[in-house]
Design a protein around this ligand. Structure first.
Ligand SMILES: [Fe+2]
Length: 270
């Protein structure tokens, strides 16, 4: 920004006042921007190694089919807390819990069940974590949109969803026929902008209506946003001090530690 001053102070040089520099990293067709000029790492190393690997998804060649933008009245950390557990799934995501039966049990994966050994040889989706029998992808009727993306392994096709997480700003979900990205931008202490984008192979976009796919993902995100806003309201209670994590919330515990580490690092450099 500049002012229409008629004279410049002695020694003022516009070159000393450029636009702020940012760090930029390109990863598989995505451009990551970090407002900190000097930052370690890259977009690639920002992904949680414990999350899924999207190496077999052709991210670079996909094109945008739909964008959803939504301002949620919650802190960005509340959204991530919700993202990191599925205890809320049976009550909040009725349709998703039918599509991914293990979610309907409030679990994210087989080993979250204290009794998993009893079902260790049972590959039914309520124990193994895949999609319900006959479903191919996250869509209203469970059917894929167009052809399945080439290059996916049988395990990746059977999984139904593969999450890659880049805290604090993005996660990507690979499905057999499309990819969904969700980006988060804090607007204030109790406001976060969510941008979801559905990416398809160009030939699949030309085929048919994508509403079967988009409507389902939108519903799940709307359900999460609504419960996050309720959660934010609850945190305003004068009596509230702290909650207690349940064993199934181990990823939420990891997230808390991630936040703590970043706070400690910031304080060390302040
Ligand atoms: Fe959720």
């Amino acid at each position: 920004m500049r002012v229409p001053s008629k004279s410049l102070p002695d020694g003022f040089d516009k070159a000393d006042h450029p636009l702020y520099r940012v760090a930029l990293s390109v990863w598989r067709g995505f451009v990551f921007v970090n407002p900190q000029q000097a930052t370690a790492g890259s977009a690639e190393t920002s992904f949680d190694p414990a999350s899924g690997d999207l190496a077999n998804w052709p991210l670079e060649t996909l094109v945008s089919g739909h964008v959803l933008r939504k301002v949620m009245n919650c802190n960005w950390k509340i959204f991530w807390e919700n993202f990191n557990e599925c205890l809320h799934c049976p009550g909040v995501h009725k349709d998703l819990s039918r599509l991914v039966p293990i979610y309907g049990r409030g679990l994210m994966s087989r080993h979250d069940d204290p009794d998993w050994v009893r079902h260790a040889d049972n590959d039914a989706p309520e124990f193994s974590g895949g999609l319900r029998a006959g479903a191919e992808t996250w869509s209203r009727d469970g059917h894929a949109h167009g052809p399945v993306l080439p290059g996916l392994t049988p395990a990746e096709r059977a999984a139904g969803q593969t999450y890659a997480t880049s805290l604090p700003s993005m996660f990507i979900v690979g499905h057999v026929d499309y990819v969904r990205t969700v980006r988060l931008m804090p607007l204030g202490p109790e406001q976060t902008e969510l941008t979801a984008e559905w990416l398809f192979a160009p030939e699949a976009l030309a085929e048919t209506d994508i509403d079967n796919v988009v409507a389902f993902g939108t519903q799940v995100l709307e359900e999460d946003a609504a419960i996050c806003e309720i959660n934010q309201k609850g945190l305003r209670s004068m009596r509230h001090q702290a909650g207690v994590l349940m064993p199934e919330e181990y990823d939420l515990h990891r997230f808390h530690n991630w936040v703590r580490e970043r706070h400690a690092a910031l304080e060390a450099t302040a």
